[in-house]
Ligand binder design. Sequence first.
Ligand code: GMT
Length: 372
Amino acid sequence: MNIGIVLYPTFGGSGVVATELGKALAKKGHQVHFITYAQPARLDGFEKNVFYHEVVVSDYPLFDYPPYETVLTSKIVDVAEHEKLDILHVHYAIPHASAAYMAKQILKKKGISLPFITTLHGTDITLVGKDPSFELVISFCINQSDIVTSVSKYLKETTYEHFKAEKEIIVVPNFIQPRKELAPPNLNLRRRYAKDDQYVLCHISNFRKVKRVEDVMKTFHLISQKKDGVLLLIGDGPERYKMEELCRSLRLCDKVLFLGKIRNTQPVLEISDLFLLTSEIESFGLAALEAMAAGVPVVSTNTGGLPEVNHHGVSGFLSHVGDIEDMASNSLKILESKDKHLSFRKGALKTAEKFEATKIISIYENLYHSLK
Ligand code: GMT
């Protein structure tokens, strides 16, 4: 099939899922056309059957806001017509589903049919969507999509709660490629960051407020009072400076490493003993799943879709949002002995297997075929 994928190209989970999905579909022989405003973060190779169409919005002095949605719509129409798209898969309702709807209408006038699937990832529904000014458009786009999917049961229920969605929402979780089996850490790499008797704690996010990264630092501070270790922070974003200040005031700077926007997080996960995710809300928590797929147990909050991913007492532990004492005590439970740690590592990997890529990609493929 010829498949168009519209996504946000940044480091966010929705962009990662959309890019990995497209790359996997291309490997299966489909022609995949990515449509967005910049080269997607995980689309760095030269891969067969993969095409990238950049949406360029010119800066016009009359406009206070660049008309991205209009230019995106034109690009979708152009790609659909000339690349003979069979289907369009848009990730995020705003503004991708509305651009898809508009493109579909334009193409219809030309005698071309373009069914589209909308995948809801979270921020469009849980945060932005609750702003009443978006509600009308999002509800409309959900109902006009040929198929709507959401990445968790939680997100499906929240969407029905806050929007006038009449359409059936199909839950298709995020996916990963789990390790075949647990492997010992790469000691040469690990020793660059930690001594052999120190644990390695890791957090990966875009440092948005919703991630409550200060709770990562505070939890680490509490753990450090009982056990010596290091904290590796991957990513960057608006809360970075606050984090640096907190790190200084807690006198933790020699134990905390800000490693920035590392594209391939695998090697970091492979030397980590524990992953911490302290978010206020997470519709799924792909970062936690990626850690589990590398055999790293997760201590997270119990919010949104996280309990669907991180299984309490098996792949890690869940705590209430903001309960740093509980998160620290749970972390220590996992780190307290080699045997305990190993059983949680096994539990993490086993739980991650439920989200194995080939299974989930086939679900999307079947949905595409159902619209052909
Ligand atoms: O979490 C972010 O800040 C990025 C965001 C995005 O829009 O890319 O991630 C959302 O989609 C991911 C992929 O489905 C989910 O794993 C994340 O949980 C979700 N983020 C939130 O709900 C805050």
